[in-house]
Design a protein. Structure first.
Length: 203
């Protein structure tokens, strides 16, 4: 009944398995190539690591179309806000792809957030891979959540009085670290200076 309904995210996780018949050995290379082309249509990159859809953009766009191209951008400020959907905060911005019926914090309530969105970037079609903070911060800072994080957070998240270990993703466990490092690791590898005012500040 609705009175007893508990929709805890840790209990709503579902899984799927796809069984794909492989073609004959002589046809596999051709089929894998076709599947790769389909996969690239779901990615902003093409097979040459170029960003797709840059042909029609205005001249002088400061964002490089390929890694290594020059850019006038000197500083990047990455603001992380969680526990709100796009529509809850920016659903009232008519230029974006949002639903104003779901807007709980319109511009009169969040003028600073709206000013940043209007001045810089809106990101109205940015989708989250994380279900909760435990894996969400991993996606946000490392572009992936490891198998350890994905399998351990449901056992240890929220108001669980039987917690066996610390948060799986805040620098406590190397097994939780993404193979290619976090944003700050990549910045350090590239000789780019950085500061963090919130992520992993306890390590």
């Amino acid at each position: 009944t609705p009175r007893n309904l508990q929709e805890y995210i840790g209990g709503l996780m579902q899984g799927t398995v796809s069984l794909i018949a492989l073609p004959a050995e002589s046809k596999r290379a051709e089929q894998f190539g076709a599947w790769s082309k389909i996969a690239y249509t779901c990615s902003p990159l093409d097979a040459n690591a170029s960003v797709r859809g840059v042909e029609g953009r205005p001249a002088g766009n400061p964002i490089p179309a390929k890694v290594g191209e020059p850019s006038p951008i000197k500083n990047v400020i990455y603001i992380v806000r969680e526990n709100r959907t796009y529509d809850q905060v920016f659903g009232d911005i008519t230029e974006g792809n949002g639903d104003s019926r779901l807007c709980l914090f319109p511009e009169k309530v969040t003028p600073n957030a709206h000013a940043l969105a209007r001045e810089f970037v809106l990101l109205d079609n940015f989708y989250a891979d994380g279900e909760v903070s435990a894996d969400g911060h991993e996606w946000t800072m490392g572009a992936q959540a490891t198998d350890f994080v994905e399998k351990s957070w449901p056992l240890n998240y929220g108001h669980n009085d039987k917690k066996k270990y610390d948060y799986p993703s805040e620098g406590h466990y190397p097994v939780a670290f993404p193979a290619n490092g976090y944003l700050w690791n990549r910045a350090a590898d590239a000789g780019v200076s950085y500061r963090s005012y919130g992520e992993f500040c306890n390590t």
